[in-house]
Ligand binder design. Structure first.
Ligand SMILES: Cc1cc2nc3c(=O)[nH]c(=O)nc-3n(C[C@H](O)[C@H](O)[C@H](O)COP(=O)(O)OP(=O)(O)OC[C@H]3O[C@@H](n4cnc5c(N)ncnc54)[C@H](O)[C@@H]3O)c2cc1C
Length: 597
């Protein structure tokens, strides 16, 4: 069988695989229907520069209900109660305009595609281990918000003298970082007008908030209490970093695992009261509604999306793939350009051979472990037969007792080692996040019920050469053993213990009627994520902006898009990267057409 495929492959090479040379127009194949793949396809398809008859084909390994890759929802029907909706990944919708711009840039109205977005007020509830809680992030013009905001300011002043004033000053500094960092370093569009306030804030008070310092140094110079510092730094987890200076690493760790202070821009992005880009939002219908809207847009522009097709090898001439239920039969799809949306460190290691003459290959799961990765996550998706209004849409559970414990609570990020985050007893300090979808969208659970997602940072998968060499199913089984039931059950107990410290939810464990658990092994299996981390390569200076893997590969006809390339992880960043990749793809395809005409 294999020799037949090799023959077909040589046939293409000798007689020309350039599909447009047959007169039918060029073909662009995209590997993966994540938000990166779908949005790149829509942008290319809607471009007026695109050569006529260009075909855009997306091949996705999962089935159609998994549109959007990590970004989407799944449903569980529970007898006598009804249907519960859970998020597969994202729950925080940031930079709302970036989502809507995808439609506008394609000359479409997002409302026509079912995209409905609401702001969450408060943006967050932060709960400390002593049961104390505080709300953050309010809508400026909303009267209900002003009461919450006053309460929050009073709390900050209890945490330390002038806490609320210092918070506002910190927000001003981080807003300057956001206004300069977003266009110049994330969108890669030079915006000189944002530099004066950036430099003013960065140099103020003897460089107190200098953006290249470890985040904790700037927080120490700004706040005195552990709780205020925690409020200003929990977002570092989203970029796969910890806020604490790591003295044993070069430059306090900012090249590797420690967030530089510039990532305070994430606080402004989520919590600044007046910044136009700020605010935490939620999509009505969950993130499934977002990905379905993206998919509808792509199809309306003529993109062909094929599900249940696993790409096994990517070459300069096209891709080898295997359809589900095809008895391992592999076929070759010639392409003039391949855009790889599958996670980059997985794709370079597993899908891309050293030689363009390579033939078909059995599906594998492996990754390039020379990169630094974000943390892993244990996710609990719970259906509850009771409502818990004590939880807001977004809740962060943190450690505020003292600096030593707070620093320890980030061990999963710093050490990436299971032995330092054992969850052996419930006094072990750790941070976690809880999403309660029904707080803004009742459709997530039946009446009087709740749908809750808990995300607990943990270590990533440990790469094992021996496992990597096995058949994919065996490889995954081996990695599943790294997060066995005993470990998951310890994490669950510690989470339930901490949750019960928030007044009114101490009975939560007895109301869980259904549970789905994700671990780094299931993220690896479901989406081929390198190291099983949901948050891609981390964003220390060694893997940020120009030092992050580029969209271009070593091969002329292959580009990358997605969370492990530039600019980085998170749906809006992936959408911004897709815009850049689409522009590069159009340029390349036009050049090829010119060469052949
Ligand atoms: C638990 C969790 C929480 C998160 N929280 C947030 C949040 O609150 N806000 C936010 O903005 N972001 C969040 N993220 C991150 C966000 O989901 C990602 O950054 C984004 O969805 C990545 O999109 P992508 O297109 O790069 O990758 P993916 O979604 O991974 O898409 C890649 C696609 O390629 C497919 N694929 C892989 N290999 C092959 C193959 N060989 N053949 C065919 N198809 C293949 C995969 O199945 C997948 O569908 C979260 C992620 C997770 C998992």
């Amino acid at each position: 069988m294999a020799s037949a495929f090799i023959f077909i492959h040589f046939f293409f090479l000798i007689f020309g695989v350039e599909s447009f040379s047959t007169g039918s127009g060029p073909t662009i194949v995209i590997v993966g229907a994540g938000v990166g793949g779908i949005s790149t396809a829509s942008r290319i398809a809607s471009s007026s520069d695109l050569p006529v008859n260009t075909k855009l084909i997306i091949l996705e390994k999962n089935s159609a209900e998994n549109v959007g890759g990590r970004c989407g929802s799944f449903f569980r029907d529970i007898s006598n109660l009804g249907r519960f909706r859970h998020e597969r990944g994202p729950s925080l919708l940031l930079l709302r305009d970036v989502y809507e711009d995808l439609f506008r840039d394609c000359d479409k109205d997002p409302n026509d595609f079912g995209l409905e977005i609401v702001q969450c007020t408060p943006a967050y509830q932060v709960v400390f281990e002593d049961g104390d809680s505080i709300n953050l992030g309010f809508k400026e013009a909303d009267p209900d918000s002003s009461t919450l905001k006053n309460e929050s300011q009073e709390k900050m002043n209890e945490y330390e003298e002038n806490g609320a004033l210092k918070w506002d000053e910190y927000m001003t500094a981080t807003e300057a970082f956001l206004d300069c960092g977003l266009p110049n370093f994330i969108e890669e569009k030079l915006d000189l007008s944002s530099f004066p306030s950036f430099l003013t804030e960065a140099m103020k008070d003897n460089f107190k908030a200098w953006p290249l310092l470890p985040h904790s140094k700037v927080l120490d110079a700004t706040f005195s209490s552990t709780k205020m510092k925690a409020l200003a730094s929990f977002q570092d987890l989203y970029v796969g970093l910890e806020p604490f200076e790591n003295k044993s690493n070069f430059a306090g760790g900012v090249v590797k695992k420690t967030a530089p202070a510039v990532f305070g821009l994430l606080s402004a992005l989520e919590l600044h009261p007046t910044n136009k880009k700020g605010g935490v939002f939620a999509p009505i219908g969950g993130f499934q509604a977002v990905s379905s809207a993206f998919e509808k847009l792509a199809r309306s522009l003529g993109v062909d999306i094929q599900y249940d097709i696993t790409v096994t090898r990517v070459t300069d001439e096209g891709v080898w793939y295997e359809a589900k239920d095809s008895d391992d039969e592999q076929k070759f799809l010639p392409a003039d350009l391949v855009i790889v949306n599958a996670d980059l460190p997985f794709a370079t290691k597993t899908l891309m051979p050293d030689t363009s003459l390579a033939g078909p290959k059995a599906p594998k799961y492996d990754w390039d472990d020379t990169f630094d990765y974000s943390s892993g996550v244990i996710a609990f998706h719970w259906a509850l037969d009771k409502e818990y209004p004590q939880l807001k849409t977004h809740n962060v559970f943190m450690i505020g007792e003292n600096e030593e414990k707070a620093e320890k609570s980030w061990a999963a990020v710093r050490f990436n080692d299971p032995s330092v985050t054992p969850f052996d007893n419930c006094d072990f300090p750790f941070n976690f996040y809880v999403h309660r979808a029904t707080a803004v969208d009742k459709s997530a659970a039946p009446d009087n019920c709740d749908s809750i997602m808990v995300l607990v940072p943990c270590c990533t998968l440990k790469r094992d050469e021996r496992l990597a060499a096995l058949h994919r199913n065996e490889t995954i089984k081996g990695y599943e053993a790294q997060f066995d039931d005993a470990f998951v059950s310890k994490v669950r107990s510690c989470v339930l213990n901490r949750l019960s410290r928030l007044e009114g939810i101490d009975d939560i464990s007895s109301h869980i009627v259904d549970e789905i658990v994700d671990t780094p092994a299931s993220y690896g299996n479901n989406y081929n994520l390198a190291a099983g981390t949901p948050f891609a390569l981390s964003h220390g200076f060694g893997q940020l902006s120009l030092t992050r893997p580029a969209h271009e590969s070593k091969k002329e006809n292959i580009l990358f898009v997605g969370a492990s390339t530039r600019p980085g992880n998170g749906v809006p960043l992936v959408l911004l990267g897709a815009k850049q990749v689409a522009a590069k793809a159009i340029k390349r395809i036009c050049k090829k057409v010119k060469q052949f005409s």
